[in-house]
Design a protein around this ligand. Sequence first.
Ligand code: ZN
Length: 409
Amino acid sequence: MARITNIHSHVFTGGCAPDYFFKMVLPSWADRWADEIKFFLEKPWMRRIIKAMASRRGHSQLLRYLQFIEVGTQSTQEEVFVSMRNAYAVFGPEVRFVALTLNMDHMDVQASNHARIETQLAEVERVRTHYPDVFFPFVGVDPRHLSGVALRDWVKEKVERRMFFGIKIYPSIGFFPFDAGLDELYKWAEAEQVPVMTHCTRSGTFYTGAMDQVLADPRPSGLNPMAPEMVDIHARITAFKNNPFSWKDSKYGCNIFLHPQNYEPVLRKYPKLKLCFAHFGGDDEMLNEKQPLRDKGIDPTNWHNEVKRIMSTTNAQGDLLYPNTYTDISYTLFRDKIYPLLLPLIDGPLGDRILFGTDFFMTLREDPEAALLKRCIDGMTMERFRRIAMNNNDNFLRSSRYDPASPIA
Ligand SMILES: [Zn+2]
């Protein structure tokens, strides 16, 4: 029987994240106080006091942030996973979860005491052995950690051991998706149909050091230097570097590293690659809201439209050029306003390649998981929900190494 899958979730803990991670995930008003806030909120007794104060005064936004930090600072990834799974109890014990690990070891040159990627992955493997039929992690990769054949073999071993079921990349922490170091990995992933999930919004986690540490070269060549898109890509990097507004604030680096067009040189070389652009380009882009880099003329495009364009690209015969490109509605699903736009897309030609995921526990900044799940089902009807959370997610997960229809993982 078909099963529901949440294709996009996170279970890493504060212990896996660098000390400066919380700078990025707190609202901008808290920027100046990020270190102090993290220090205090990691103490359970302090959280209890603040929570009591906030609920007495009805500070719902503060309460949600506390909830988010509470989950993020739980002691084990297994606890985080179990707290997410509880929200799906109405669907029975069969619901599957894809947990996306993240390599956070190269986000800055500052020293940090966090647990490195190997420790994060070892813990995740332990969770998987406890929940082999419902917990499906993806392995987080970064070409500055390993590259080429070494990276491919490192991932391949984990997938063949059936501990990991796909690959997660998060380029805004300081590399391009067309980095030559990822070439061998993509080649193998395409051949084996192992899915690749990438973050795709103009904001999110970013390289927190100085931009010239990761964007020194305005004309990076990468794995497909002759791809026609490289001309636009180089022009955008140059405009970004020449504008003091974007260049001095590393959070805008997301706009450059994560741009959907950066994947076209990869897809030209590996057109059957299974690749999911998470978040459908972002709720803000879906609703065409103001964007600093668009206003400055650095990048006039709308990322939601870019994702749809890449997913719909055809050849002269009308066949899809990149038939295995997907998108998911994780995080984006928290906005009520997106549903009128989303429904025709699910009912339209892209409808088989739109995936259900939530982005737990990042989304705890907006609402508890059970509330998001309900909003999503109410917003799209149970029939559409089942279609994208079962059929579409199964198609994305299916590889030469894993058949989602098999009863036992
Ligand atoms: Zn995510």
